[in-house]
Design a binder for this molecule. Structure first.
Ligand code: ATP
Ligand code: LTN
Length: 327
């Protein structure tokens, strides 16, 4: 029996190379080794204000992009979170087993709450409980995510363990799986901040559907420093980030890359990086165009995905309800 993988992506902003290099590309590459479930987490998206028409379009766009990256609906279940209502129901039950103190420690909430101040919703605070429900509903062993989600997977383990201690073996304890390189791609305009779909600045992120000219322009304007050498030096976050992006696209090691650019300037390196990124994204952009050319194709794949996910989720939720004494 293969181990179960579950991961999710929130349909907000645009999918950027941080998502792709840190998470989605690994999901596609590991499909044959695991029993996979991938989810477009629209209920997580509404923890922050969304335009309804835009959100609806993005859910489809994100699903299409995941397929273009290589998620194969024949080999993996791909569905939309809100199509399987058991996610919300299990999240409520888990809410009642998560101490407030654990939630207060979540750094992603602290960062977002600081930006949003009094606009911040209870849903955003409770986000990790819904994420725990996503993972625990499917007896997940492995959760491939970027570095920023590690704390949420750890909280999921903790609540699973707590529930199991009270009611006996119920949930599988999941492990996060974090890539060695690319786990934390930083913003091009500010390499001290994680590249994020919620940042507004035009030069912040390279999006998966960006044209070659957009990619060139964003990379040429990326923030570096006043030094010259092109070295993997973590104390120089701008050039370090660009080198990491180069490395994740090419798969070459540090030494190979450093020697290729020895004696060259930042501008030469940036030009080379832009071409590597353009070529790296071209195949998936072409596949995306093909997929969206057929009306209804993505919707029908998502409907089938939900049909496959639903019986698994129903079974787990029924077991939990019974143990807790509901109904
Ligand atoms: P936001 O910053 O708006 O909350 P996001 O851009 O981080 O959203 P998510 O949907 O939260 O996007 O993330 C999807 C996946 O991509 C997660 O596994 C996450 O860890 C990973 N990821 C997101 N940003 C990066 C990044 N800058 N570097 C590496 N991985 C990332
Ligand atoms: N919180 C995650 C998205 C997400 C997720 C999940 C990832 C929601 N549910 C379950 C893995 C497993 C994020 O912001 N990237």
């Amino acid at each position: 029996m293969k181990k179960r993988v579950f991961s999710g992506i929130k349909p907000t902003g645009d999918i950027h190379i941080g998502n792709y290099l840190g998470a989605n590309r690994h999901w596609a590459a590991m499909q044959d080794d695991y029993d996979n479930i991938f989810c477009v987490v629209d209920l997580h998206a509404i923890t922050e204000p969304q335009d309804p028409a835009l959100l609806k379009g993005r859910i489809r766009e994100f699903a299409g992009l995941l397929m273009a990256i290589g998620i194969d609906p024949e080999r993996s279940i791909l569905f939309v979170q809100s199509h399987v209502h058991e996610h919300s129901e299990l999240a409520w039950i888990l809410n009642c087993f998560i101490p407030m103190g654990w939630m207060y420690r979540m750094t992603q909430f602290k960062e977002k709450a600081e930006q949003q101040r009094e606009q911040v919703s209870v849903g955003l605070f409770d986000y990790p409980s819904l994420m725990a429900a996503d993972i625990l509903l499917y007896r997940t062993d492995v959760v491939p995510v970027g570095e920023d989600q590690k704390q949420h997977v750890e909280l999921t383990r903790d609540v699973a363990q707590r529930f199991n201690n009270i009611y006996g073996e119920t949930f599988v304890l999941p492990e996060p799986l974090i890539p060695d390189v690319g786990a934390r791609i930083m913003g091009l305009d500010d390499p001290t901040k994680k590249m994020s779909g919620s940042e507004e600045g035009a030069g912040h992120a390279i999006n998966l559907l960006d044209s070659p000219d957009m990619i060139r322009s964003k990379i040429m304007k990326a923030t570096t420093d006043s030094k010259r050498d092109i070295l993997f030096d973590e104390s120089r976050p701008g050039i370090f980030n660009l080198l990491s992006i180069y490395q994740t696209f090419t798969g070459e090691d540090n030494k190979q890359i450093e020697s290729r650019f020895e004696g060259k300037g930042y501008s030469d390196f940036k030009k080379a990086l832009a071409e590597v990124a353009i070529e790296g994204l071209r195949p998936l952009q072409e596949r995306y165009k093909e997929l969206t050319g057929e009306p209804g194709r993505i919707d029908s794949i998502l409907a089938k995905g939900a049909e496959k996910a639903r019986p698994l989720a129903e079974k787990m939720l029924a077991e939990v309800q019974k143990k807790v004494g509901l109904g």
